[in-house]
Write a protein that binds this ligand. Structure first.
Ligand code: SF4
Ligand code: SF4
Length: 320
């Protein structure tokens, strides 16, 4: 490994990232499948995916000067996070400060090192812009994309955020991750509460609880809402059941990822009773700010209704 690539990876480790790899940019081997996925409507109302499609299918078009992607993984797994029994719950990553803040701050610090070494372009992305993070990470040798469509890394699992820096520095490349370690396992496909996987490696986002509770602004169909199993923001089921996570999940070393949006004792009317000011004060810098108070009210009511096995009428009413 060249000295510079070594220095970049050492700095990434120093900043708390659990892995760092370097990839070139170029046409995606998944371009045809991505177009088909969009055409079949599996992306739902995420119109930005259509707008970004060209760039997602060829990462050279994202930043014209960039020739490399430096990709990092940021582990957010905290054992302190507890799912309450018989209550509404939020995805693990949503219980702490928003990773757009926590991870981006440190990706920016890594980008500074590239600039110091003469990079004219060192643009950071953390779940922003038209960046196909999982594919880039696979190309950078960091893991494989599993049947649950998440990136999985041997010895770690999938409880991490992916970030990238697009740069014009000709850094030494890592080899793409060439193997798939899902084998004959189908645990994620079998466990999905809403049966959102059309087949292995193919997700119908319009049935996924994460999409419905975070991206979807309209009334959620009662037949899906009734299967939420208490999830009110995101869903961790296809991560939780994965043997790679059960075996290898490792405690985060990033203090900002420790849970602080404590909702384990929050009852059914928790968000209904909250004002916008209170919501902004308590959750303004957490992922819950994305749907905002109004939609968290809807989600929370639905989550409780789904726990109670409510009839269709009650699920409809929960969204009124
Ligand atoms: S996040 Fe939940 S609903 Fe979405 S695919 Fe995974 S298990 Fe299914
Ligand atoms: S649960 Fe099994 S099939 Fe699904 S991603 Fe994990 S290893 Fe792959």
């Amino acid at each position: 490994m060249t000295l510079l690539a070594r220095e970049v990876k050492a700095r990434a480790a120093e900043l708390g990232f659990v892995a760092c790899g370097i990839t070139d940019l170029g046409p995606s081997p998944h371009a045809v499948a991505f177009d088909r996925w969009l055409r079949q409507g599996y992306g739902g109302n995420m119109r930005y995916l259509h707008r970004q499609a060209k760039k997602r299918k060829d990462t050279r078009l994202i930043d014209r000067e960039a020739i490399r992607g430096v990709v990092i993984l940021d582990n957010y797994y905290a054992t302190e996070y507890q799912q309450p029994d018989g209550k509404a719950k939020i995805a693990r990553y949503a219980s702490s400060t928003d990773y757009h803040i926590t991870t981006l701050k440190r990706v920016n610090a890594l980008a500074e090192l590239l600039t110091m070494h003469g990079a004219k372009t060192a643009r950071p992305y953390v779940d922003t812009g038209p960046v196909p993070e999982r594919e880039l990470a696979q190309r950078a040798g960091l893991g494989w994309i599993g049947k649950n469509t998440m990136l999985l890394r041997p010895g770690l699992g999938s409880w991490f955020v992916i970030g990238a820096i697009f740069t014009d520095l000709p850094l030494e490349l890592d080899s793409p991750f060439a193997t798939d370690h899902c084998g004959s396992c189908t645990k994620c496909l079998d466990a999905c509460p809403t049966k959102a996987f059309v087949e292995p490696y193919l997700l119908d986002a319009t049935k996924c609880i994460s999409y419905l509770t975070i991206e979807y602004k309209d009334e959620i169909p009662a037949e899906l809402a009734g299967q939420f199993g208490g999830w009110a923001f995101g869903c961790d089921v296809c991560n939780e059941v994965c043997p790679w996570n059960l075996r290898f999940a490792t405690e985060t070393t990033v203090p900002e990822f420790l849970p602080r949006a404590h909702l384990s004792s929050a009852g059914e009317y928790f968000f209904d009773r909250m004002t916008e000011e209170e919501f902004a004060g308590r959750f303004g810098d957490t992922p819950l700010a994305r749907p905002g108070l109004e939609r968290m009210r809807r989600n929370w009511r639905l989550a409780y209704a789904s726990l109670a096995g409510a009839p269709r009428r009650a699920l409809d009413r929960a969204q009124e």
